[in-house]
Design a binder for this molecule. Sequence first.
Ligand code: PEP
Ligand code: MN
Length: 337
Amino acid sequence: MIIIMKHHATPGEINTIISQVETHGYHVHLSQGTERTIIGIVGDGRPLENHNFELLSGVENVVRILQPFKLASRDFHPENTVINVRGVMIGGPQLTIMAGPCAVESRSQILETAQAVKEAGATILRGGAFKPRSSPYSFQGLGEDGLELLAEARDITGLPIITEVMSPEAAPTVAKYTDIFQIGARNMQNYPLLLAVGRTQTPVFLKRGMMSTVQEWLMSADYVLSGGNRNVMLCERGIRTFEPATRNTLDINAIPLLKQWSHLPVFGDPSHGTGKWELVAPTARACIAAGADGLMIEVHPHPEKALSDGAQSLKPERFAELVTSLRQIALAVGRTL
Ligand code: PEP
Ligand code: MN
């Protein structure tokens, strides 16, 4: 349930409602927009119908949120969420391009890639240090050494960094280095992990589970948001379908649907969405045309030698061409890049 306050509701009126709600044993989440304050009430599933909050002073309207996700819902937060990561405004008019290798493999590899993606127009550097590989025999990442290399690349280029965290236990170590936690597709429903990152203020990039519905995905976002971390982004990275010709099926529908249902920034990941580098540029352009706030793209200086996801990684020159072509699409949809 949400309580929409009148335009000129006073702090006193808002506080009265908060204490009434808390007396009944429910939790309050405030959304303070430029226009008005919205009070989100979440509890343990017990019905709230019998409380006449609409009779309290300063209340304009009381609305039940019918979707099972609440804090991620646009009803609760009508304005787009904009997240400031070291000065990069994610979810605002300017598109955000995150790029870099699937995995950090060596100092020279990450530094060379970081320089190249920066020159091409990326504003965030990606790179996995703890890799969730489908096979236990595949390269698992450099671990904390990889985090140190990423931090060095940030120091040299000025690009903020994003890297994956795979367990609640690893969260404090990853948080020491990263600017954004990536939660991978395989962990979208790792609830202890979602709760752990929700207790921090480090922004969270939540990838869609490969077999998850949009509704389940937004409920996962609520796990993070309900812990008090409001800095959540969503990333469509393709889902499993009956089509074996591509690694996944990039669900373009999800992008405008999420923009309608949620206030959180939405990204597309055409690298994992297709699994083939030749398909990355056209699908990246489709994501932006569909209203995405940004992209995550895998770039490797020598894809043929990559220790993971070489087949879907762009060479730096091709990535630079892609960014150039995206500028025209951005203009067409009223965004900048
Ligand atoms: C990745 O970004 O390299 C990755 C493992 O992605 P996903 O979780 O979407 O498979
Ligand atoms: Mn990858």
